[in-house]
Ligand binder design. Structure first.
Ligand SMILES: NC(=O)c1ccc[n+]([C@@H]2O[C@H](COP(=O)([O-])OP(=O)(O)OC[C@H]3O[C@@H](n4cnc5c(N)ncnc54)[C@H](OP(=O)(O)O)[C@@H]3O)[C@@H](O)[C@H]2O)c1
Length: 204
């Protein structure tokens, strides 16, 4: 049985706010740490406990954790944080979930033609998981097994598995092979799609 009773989520973006909703649905205590000037806190459910704090200030973060008797802090930027925690002798759990399903249309569907953009061959396997499923897994895993089963572990999960070049059939549209994704944030989308072409979107 889990010994974790109280939780903190650092950053209230798309994933952070969905995790907060999942904790609230289980009536579990959760506090959000947002940096000063954060514009994403309006996504939080009404009544969420919120602490505005410079998250690079370890003493300030520790004070919030102490005030709210936090057992587990949840960060989206997992690799960097895990390294720092390890050097401080604090255990961590990393969860890799592949691509958020909600981001698939943003990344792959051409806003004008509605075709799917393919960079490279995109035959590599792609793991995808919807944000509420990721959040549900986070809450489940932090509240069920004993903490010793989680400490310094890496979990790789997926809600579904596909290939990018199968998305045309899924969206009932044509596919276009491109070297660059056009439109707003096309450069960033091209980098992400290229990484997925190398198989980096697969969690296992
Ligand atoms: N797997 C995927 O498909 C996928 C897709 C997109 C993103 N991601 C990654 O998953 C993570 C979460 O994604 P998301 O869609 O939830 O991103 P998002 O909506 O942009 O939210 C990120 C949140 O983190 C906060 N934040 C960033 N740096 C912070 C810091 N130093 N201290 C406190 N808060 C900080 C931001 O707060 P502010 O309001 O202060 O900026 C924002 O609330 C990110 O690491 C992102 O790179 C994964």
């Amino acid at each position: 049985m889990s010994s974790y009773k109280s939780f903190a989520v650092i950053g209230a973006g798309a994933l952070g706010s969905t995790i907060v909703v999942a904790f609230a649905a289980q009536n579990l205590p959760v506090v959000v740490l947002a940096r000063p000037g954060s514009k994403s806190t309006d996504k939080l459910p009404a009544g969420t406990k919120l602490a505005t704090v410079d998250t690079s200030d370890a003493a300030a973060v520790a004070a919030v954790f102490k005030e709210h008797t936090v057992d587990v802090g949840i960060w989206a930027e997992k690799n960097q944080i895990a390294k720092q925690l390890k050097s401080a002798g604090i255990p961590s759990l990393r969860i890799y979930n592949g691509l958020f399903t909600e981001y698939i249309p943003w990344l792959f569907v051409n806003a004008e033609t509605k075709n799917i953009h393919i960079v490279g061959k995109d035959e590599a396997p792609l793991s995808a998981m919807a944000l509420p499923d990721v959040a549900g897994f986070v809450v489940h895993v932090l509240t069920t097994p004993p903490s010793a089963e989680l400490e310094n572990k890496i979990f790789r999960i997926e809600g579904g598995r596909t290939k990018v070049n199968d998305l045309g059939a899924l969206f009932k549209t044509a596919v276009e092979y491109v070297t660059k994704i056009p439109g707003e944030m096309g450069d960033i989308k091209t980098i992400v799609a290229t990484e997925l072409d190398f198989g980096l979107g697969s969690t296992g």
